[in-house]
Design a protein around this ligand. Structure first.
Ligand SMILES: [Zn+2]
Length: 197
């Protein structure tokens, strides 16, 4: 029997609460329990374990169950080279990091590049394209987050970025997946059309 914790709006199971407690207390080495697919087979996983579930590779990092691809994305975002690939100067300014993330060069190089575009009268077009590309990236991320959430929610956890929760009553995975894919497809077509206008 699963022990339920009463008084919470969402239905938390005892294992969810334990996982949260471990997370808060920094006890990331403690093993945590997860269900695989639709079977009732229980497997214990602990910090650093890597396993395949569904079509994804999962791990537990800092007490949170997450997909490996998500980790890779986070890594890529965090690590940037010491010097700018464009001018070779050390990137140490506060604005270097956000600019490197988008443009793969330092803030000074971005300023210089954008200045040249302004002179050539190409700046507005460039800005429009940049915004469009950014919106597409956000859309892709939102889609994969939602599909992840739907396809792990019936028996597992929706636990990206520290959220540990369990949905009540289960979800219609096929219907929701179809809805998400259709909605993002419509939006993607619209954004791409804007980008190419
Ligand atoms: Zn530079």
């Amino acid at each position: 029997m699963q022990q339920k914790v009463q008084g919470l709006k969402k239905e938390f199971r005892k294992t969810d609460v334990n996982r949260l407690r471990n997370l808060i207390q920094g006890k990331t080495g403690d093993s945590t329990n997860t269900q695989i697919g639709y079977s009732t087979k229980q497997e214990d996983y602990k910090e650093g374990d890597v396993w395949t579930e569904g079509r994804k590779t999962w791990t537990i990092k800092n007490g949170i169950k997450q997909t490996i691809s998500k980790l890779d994305t986070i890594k890529k975002e965090v690590f940037m080279p010491l010097s700018c690939p464009c001018c070779n100067k050390i990137m140490k300014k506060q604005l270097d990091k956000p600019n490197y993330k988008i443009h793969k060069k330092c803030f000074d190089c971005v300023i210089e590049f954008e200045h040249k575009l302004r002179i050539r009268g190409e700046y507005d077009d460039y800005l429009k394209k940049l915004k469009g590309k950014n919106n597409l990236t956000i859309l892709d991320e939102a889609e994969s987050y939602l599909l992840d959430a739907i396809n792990t929610s019936n028996n597992g956890y929706v636990s990206e970025h520290g959220e540990v929760e369990r949905w009540i009553g289960g979800v219609d995975k096929i219907k929701l997946t179809k809805q998400v894919k259709e909605a993002t497809k419509t939006r993607r077509t619209h954004l791409k059309k804007e980008l190419n206008d």
